[in-house]
Design a protein around this ligand. Structure first.
Ligand SMILES: C[S@@+](CC[C@H](N)C(=O)[O-])C[C@H]1O[C@@H](n2cnc3c(N)ncnc32)[C@H](O)[C@@H]1O
Length: 392
């Protein structure tokens, strides 16, 4: 019989976490409060800087209420942070349901017995997870921290629920598409691997990346309200890693940058990530990010990995329509296992894909990708998907 993990097993936290959490709340609140004056004094486009589309303050999205709740920074908010993260992955963890759900101010009625009663709904995720990790190296398995009130089934020390599967799916896409191997090649060559995630949710993918690539500097650009969640999740679970708030570089650390400062993030990155969020932004916000990715953030060879749904049926957008117009090179990524299939996934690039300078075999970058065209010369992969073909 598979064992289960219940709130009483994962909600405790060390005493020193409370002052640390209060400091993080202070940072996030300060960034929210400073937004209007920053936008005005620096001339940032307000349509880019303020939450919009599915994240507009008048949208049916509970992120501001959840921000206020967690900012109270009581034992429940810190010990059971995961009970307040449903806006990011869509999973209401303690109800074990996906989709819109009520924001609870308190979680004490979710006793171990109550949770036990919901865990039957978790079994399909256990099956999906097993299929995803079957052929993966151990390092590529996302293992959520055994804290923050995480619950689910326990398989070999990994707590499985819908969110474990969702983030595992993203890692599988990166692994099967050759991106992990490509990053390994870069990491062997460079001192510092630089990753930027736009819209990092509660920080689960960042948590995996920092474990899998200890030599990486990881930056999250997100609404300041939402940086509270990733800030708490990552800083408290990895107190050994340096953290920074704002634009100042944090080599080999974790950096939290409010979205309204994005125009001033004048650096290049090896990999830029966006999952399940650009299709929830406005068209102008996505175009603005794409312009930054193309002109600044990918530098001379960085790649843009995204997985996004087509949200037009919800009155939102299909961000990939914009990427197709804007990027000359694309590699669609396929998933071998069933997973959750949370939208199509692609690698996009300004430079032909596979010409990125590193010792990793460029062909590996497009494994599992079809169609693939080979150019003559040193770089095996030039384009795939809808990219223009090589005239030679
Ligand atoms: C549905 S969640 C997805 C979170 C995570 N990437 C995932 O795959 O589960 C959308 C994310 O986009 C962020 N977001 C919304 N508008 C944004 C903006 N204008 N700039 C940056 N991030 C934004 C939200 O705060 C949230 O972190």
């Amino acid at each position: 019989m598979t064992s289960v993990v219940l709130p009483s097993q994962t909600r405790r936290f060390p005493g020193e976490d409370l002052p640390r959490a209060q400091e993080i709340v202070g940072r996030a609140v300060e960034l929210v409060d400073a937004r209007a004056s920053y936008v005005e004094s620096k001339g940032v486009d307000p349509t880019f800087a303020y939450p919009d589309a599915n994240w507009a303050c008048d949208a049916p999205n509970a992120f501001v209420r959840l921000f206020r709740r967690v900012a109270r920074c009581d034992a429940e908010a810190i010990g059971q942070l995961r009970g307040f993260t449903q806006v990011f992955s869509g999973l209401n963890l303690y109800e074990m349901i996906t989709g819109p759900s009520i924001v609870q101010q308190h979680l004490d009625h979710y006793t171990d017995d109550a949770i036990l009663g919901t865990l039957k709904q978790n079994l399909p995720y256990v099956a999906a997870w097993k299929a995803l990790v079957e052929h993966l190296p151990y390092r590529c398995i996302f293992t959520p921290p055994r804290r923050f009130g995480e619950i689910g089934h326990d398989i070999g020390g990994v707590i499985i629920n819908h969110d474990t599967v969702a983030y595992q799916e993203r890692i599988n896409l990166l692994f099967e598409g050759g991106v992990i191997a490509w990053l390994d090649g870069l990491a062997a060559e460079k001192r510092e691997l630089k990753i930027l995630e736009i819209g990092g949710g509660y920080g689960a993918l960042a948590f995996w990346f920092r474990n899998a690539f200890p030599g990486c500097s990881y930056t999250i650009v997100d609404l300041p309200e939402c940086l509270l969640f990733s800030g708490l999740y990552l800083s408290l679970s990895r107190p050994d890693i340096r953290t920074g708030w704002g634009l100042e570089a944090v080599p080999f650390g974790l950096r939290f940058v409010p979205n309204y400062q994005a125009d001033f993030l004048n650096e290049s990155f090896d990999l830029i990530i966006n999952t399940l969020s650009m299709s929830e932004m406005s068209i102008s916000q996505v175009r603005h990010y794409v312009s930054l990715i193309k002109s600044v953030w990918t530098g001379r060879g960085g790649l843009f990995f995204e997985q996004n749904q087509d949200n037009r049926h919800m009155g939102l957008i299909c961000a990939q329509d914009i990427f197709v117009e804007e990027f000359p090179n694309r590699c669609p990524l396929n998933l071998a296992a069933e997973g959750l299939r949370q939208g199509a996934a692609n690698i996009w690039s300004v430079a032909p894909i596979g010409t990125q300078k590193c010792n990793a075999e460029p062909a590996k970058l497009a494994q599992g990708v079809a169609p693939v065209q080979h150019s003559r010369g040193a770089n095996a992969i030039t384009q795939c998907g809808e990219a223009e073909s090589d005239p030679t």
